[in-house]
Design a protein around this ligand. Structure first.
Ligand code: NDP
Ligand code: MG
Ligand code: MG
Length: 337
């Protein structure tokens, strides 16, 4: 097995006396800033004026413009939306990258696909939590953590990996386990995972199951419980105990159905499509499309988003969840904070 870093493997002193600028205060930004501060590390938050600025001040941070924060900091963690990073980097971060500073990311996209090419005189590293930002925060508060990947793109000071490990410890990731990777592996596997399995694969699977039942005349509320609500209960078992543990909890009838029907849904054809998706990520075709889509003001992204939000599973889901007070109705803002 590869080396997995835990709390006791990381001394962390390399961040003593250093200031970290957390740039952005969204899903990841607020979690990193709060966790680092509670780990005794000096943090400033770099932002533009807006909602996040107000929130970060409310949370007691010294909030500066991106330029001021970058000027002051030793370590600059860029937690802006990926598609906005190149422009902000060019105008507000790069001018302050003096020798010996460190530039850090939570996803390798812009460095790997050459949207950002940092100067050689700085450390460049990655700390990529393998979970949503609000869980990076919530698990930390509970004394736990979300695993993370670290990677070093440039090691100008000779301390880049130690910095990445100390940073990981500061956000609580070494409580769960930290693996060393590189920008290429992190970027390609992250994009593949979210497209083929976690987000894209899953939403398409759920919708197809729901539609099949509703089109066959079954009640949409029944279809919702079956194909969406219960998913979390099953995934929780997989998360805690693996596939075998999950299968231990379901009925033998369900397990037999799993064995004979699962491979009819996700089959060799599906796997061939997954390989195509991976090839498009590796070749840069996906990233080019996403960069161009943003240049086109997200015309297609917004059209698909509107259509998806009106899917019948969303309408029935909203009504049913209202009746389940134990299912927390987090607003978008609460999700971030
Ligand atoms: P969010 O969209 O949640 O947050 C973006 C933040 O950037 C907001 O605080 C926003 O502030 C600020 N911002 C946007 N534009 C500017 C600007 N021009 N100048 C200053 N601040 C600005 O981002 P995420 O947390 O989702 O993503 C951050 C990084 O983390 C990405 O690289 C992503 O790939 C990575 N990542 C994200 C994960 C997640 O859970 N979401 C998981 C793992 C990695 P404002 O309120 O002013 O808009
Ligand atoms: Mg991810
Ligand atoms: Mg991602």
């Amino acid at each position: 097995m590869v080396k997995v870093y835990y709390n006791e493997d990381v001394e962390g002193g390399v961040l003593n006396g250093k200031t970290i600028a957390v740039i952005g205060y969204g899903s990841q930004g607020h979690a990193h800033a709060l966790n680092l501060r509670e780990s005794g590390i000096q943090v400033v938050v770099g932002l533009r004026r807006g909602n996040s600025w107000v929130q970060a001040e409310k949370d007691g941070f010294r909030v500066l413009s991106v330029m001021e924060a970058c000027e002051e900091a030793d370590v600059i963690m860029v937690l802006l939306p990926d598609e906005k990073q190149p422009t902000v980097y060019e105008n507000e971060i790069m001018p302050f990258l003096s020798s010996g500073k460190a530039l850090a990311f939570a996803h390798g996209f812009n460095v790997h696909f050459h949207q950002i090419d940092p100067p050689k005189n700085v450390d460049v590293f990655l700390v990529a939590p393998k979970g949503p930002g609000h869980l990076v925060r919530r698990t930390f508060e509970e004394g736990a953590g979300v695993p993370a990947l670290i990677g070093v793109h440039q090691n100008a000071t000779g301390q880049a990996k130690e910095l990445a490990l100390a940073y990981s410890k500061g956000i609580g990731a070494t409580r769960a386990g930290v693996l060393e990777t590189n920008f290429q592996e992190e970027t390609e596997t992250d994009l593949f995972g979210e497209q083929a399995v976690l987000c894209g694969g899953l939403t398409s699977l759920v919708k197809a199951g729901f539609e099949t039942l509703v089109e066959a005349g079954y009640q949409k509320e029944v279809a919702y419980f079956e194909c969406m609500h219960e998913l979390k209960l099953i995934v929780d078992l997989m998360y805690e105990q693996g596939l075998e543990g999950m299968r231990h909890s379901i009925s033998d009838t369900a397990q037999w159905g799993d064995f004979v029907s699962g491979p009819r849904v996700i089959n060799a054809e599906t796997k061939a499509r997954m390989k195509e998706i991976l090839a498009d990520i590796q070749s840069g075709k996906f990233s080019k499309g996403w960069v161009l889509e943003n240049l086109a003001n997200r015309a297609e992204f917004n059209a698909i988003n509107n259509r998806e939000n009106q899917h019948p599973i969303e309408e029935v889901g909203k009504e049913l969840r209202k009746m389940m007070p134990f299912v927390k109705q987090r607003t978008k803002r609460e999700l971030v904070n």
